[in-house]
Design a protein around this ligand. Structure first.
Ligand code: FES
Ligand SMILES: [Fe+2]
Length: 330
């Protein structure tokens, strides 16, 4: 599948990778994640270069990943270290190695550099405000949708009174003022200003910009796919959008909260996750019906002013994919 190259992608939670090799589908490819004896994380293509067996069905022994088929052993650097069939005295053929990827762990997630290893950036697309003393609770949800539709749904401020009429969109605030959006190829920030349609002219961009100054955006998105909803200073929702393949996206949806005693954090997190699941289910009903599946193919979509954040996502996503600029229709 096509995804923008030269980015750090959050692909799974750190706690999912134990000593046993873990085979997963991400970005339309099969990866194996494993840890050597000291806990160091490694990511490789889940295919033994000998005869193509899945290394994830093998084992980890010490600092080596061992293929289950003929026992070839690979180090964390991907180089083959031992071929039992040729014995210890045998010479390992040049190029007998499994392709690996730079990986990092931060904020409980495993990040993989997808692109040219010579261009690895130091900085991960993290939200620094999530550092520190937060309680958090994470759920993983798989949707049968392309990641672009999943992300755009969470940048869409016009669907709330329709899709979420009974929950976060109650109150009939169907008119979107602006929204006011600041965007570039690293980040999209949206100040959400919905109101009941009183028939008067909504505020213009200059007025909205003035109102936004000094305030955190309601929605904060960083390419290629992390999102933060600022509910309040003590309560935030975070999503890592993880493309599994062309047809499926995993949401790692995490609520961060900073209230209540520590002993209540788990049950409270669980309760929030129930509500998040319900609200996300309301989105699911509609997003799975969107055609075409991937928004880069949706040249016939006709955006309106309220879709400004979606238009910006499409513009910069196309740039990152290296596609020619398209008319956003806005
Ligand atoms: S296929 Fe892996 S050792 Fe033969
Ligand atoms: Fe929604």
């Amino acid at each position: 599948m096509r995804v923008a190259e030269n980015h750090w992608y959050p692909l799974l939670e750190g706690r999912e990778v134990r000593r046993k090799p873990l085979g997963v589908e991400r970005l339309g490819r099969r990866f194996v994640f494993w840890r050597s004896a000291d806990g160091t994380l490694h990511a490789h293509v889940d295919r033994c270069p000998h005869l193509g067996a899945a290394l994830s069905s093998g084992t980890v022994q010490g600092d080596e990943l061992v293929c289950p088929f003929h026992g070839f052993r690979y180090g964390g650097d991907g180089q083959c270290r031992h071929i039992p069939a040729i014995g210890r005295a045998g010479r390992i053929p040049r190029g007998m190695a499994v392709q690996g990827f730079p990986v990092r762990e931060a904020q409980g997630l495993v990040w993989l550099w997808w692109g040219d290893p010579a261009q690895v950036r130091d900085a991960l697309p993290l939200f620094p405000q999530l550092e520190g003393t937060w309680h958090h609770y994470t759920i993983a949800v798989d949707w049968p949708v392309h990641y672009t539709r999943a992300i755009e749904n969470q940048l869409d401020v016009a669907h709330l009174p329709f899709v979420h009429r009974t929950t976060i969109g109650a109150g009939g605030r169907s008119r979107v003022e602006g929204p006011y959006v600041e965007a570039d190829a690293t980040r999209i920030r949206v100040w959400v200003t919905n109101s009941v349609d009183d028939g008067l002219a909504p505020r213009d961009q200059a007025q909205l910009a003035a109102a936004a100054a000094g305030h955190e955006p309601g929605l904060d998105f960083q390419f290629p796919g992390v999102w933060l909803l600022n509910i309040s200073a003590t309560f935030k929702n975070f999503i890592a959008f993880v493309p599994l393949n062309e047809r499926c996206t995993r949401y790692y949806l995490r609520s961060y909260f900073r209230f209540g005693p520590a002993w209540l954090a788990r049950p409270f997190g669980w309760l929030i996750s129930l509500s998040n699941r319900y609200i996300l289910g309301q989105d699911h009903r509609v997003v799975v019906t969107q055609t075409p599946a991937a928004s880069p193919d949706a040249t016939q979509d006709r955006l309106v002013g309220a879709d400004r954040a979606i238009a910006q996502y499409r513009r910069f996503h196309a740039q990152l994919l290296g596609d020619p600029p398209a008319d956003s229709g806005e």
